[in-house]
Ligand binder design. Sequence first.
Ligand code: ADP
Length: 319
Amino acid sequence: MKRIGILTSGGDAPGMNAAIRSVVRSSIYHDIEIYGIYYGYQGLIEGHIKRLHIGSVGDIIQRGGTMLYSSRSEEFKTGEGQAKAIEQLKKHDIEGLVVIGGDGSFRGAQKLTEKGFPCIGIPGTIDNDIPGTDNTIGFDTALNTVIQAVDKIRDTATSHERIYVIEVMGRDAGDLALWAGVAAGAESILIPEFPHDLEEVTEKIKRGHERGKRHSIIMVAEGVGSANDIANHIKDDLQVETRVTVLGHTQRGGSPTAFDRVLAGRLGAYAVDLLKGGQQGRMVGVQNNQLVHHDIIEALKLKNEISDDLYNLSNQLSI
Ligand code: ADP
């Protein structure tokens, strides 16, 4: 393999830049030329492709977002769009592609592999919803962003004796809400993977109130539904003041944590190793602190595992 390409696709995540840096520098280390493809799959179709050098990725390890930018491309989902993408790659004599993104981006990478163009996927999303890796790049940073926000909200919640319902991202996955809830000491955590009973939530608030607690934090994963509806239910049931905070896209930005930077560094270098070794249609990950790779389609067929232990612990610690 003499020349490879790299792109970022779908929702951005902190640490993507650190992964790009790792792929670029590892390629150059192995005497492979590396080309950056800008604006995700759409940019690939349109030929936004540029050679990258050691210095091209200087001073980005600490930055959120992605220097290659991202996009969502409907055209790429079609056979015609994929053919155009491969044409562009061939035009630039690129022989393999590293895709950093979520499950949608992985499905795109798989389509290119099936059409004869070798791809490797690196999981980059704050949702932590990709099976086959314990952590996705960006999850740890988003988690830290959420708990910083919750710590601040807790100050004002205590001062004013209010119930705060906080909605966090995660699409259909509850990882971010669960981990943030445990780390920030939330009273209740509502996530799509476990059924919830709003009566239990209000009962817990009542119990806390009776023993002099001045606030409650209810963590809601976006996949569960509207935080506003839940807050209204609590308000009507208990006749208490509730406030809703939707943390939204603040969760996607910011400087990556040390954990995400190191994870990105490891996965980026590993992706290059795999392409160099003739692998294709694989996703890379870290499980039990070991680098692993899996068939993309087989991995995506698996259910994203959420920790039962952590969920039970959260209930145990918020009695
Ligand atoms: P993420 O990668 O964060 O899950 P998306 O689901 O939006 O984000 O996917 C990013 C892009 O990947 C899409 O805009 C599309 O171009 C491509 N993609 C998604 N699903 C497929 C698919 N089944 N086949 C081909 N390309 C896909």
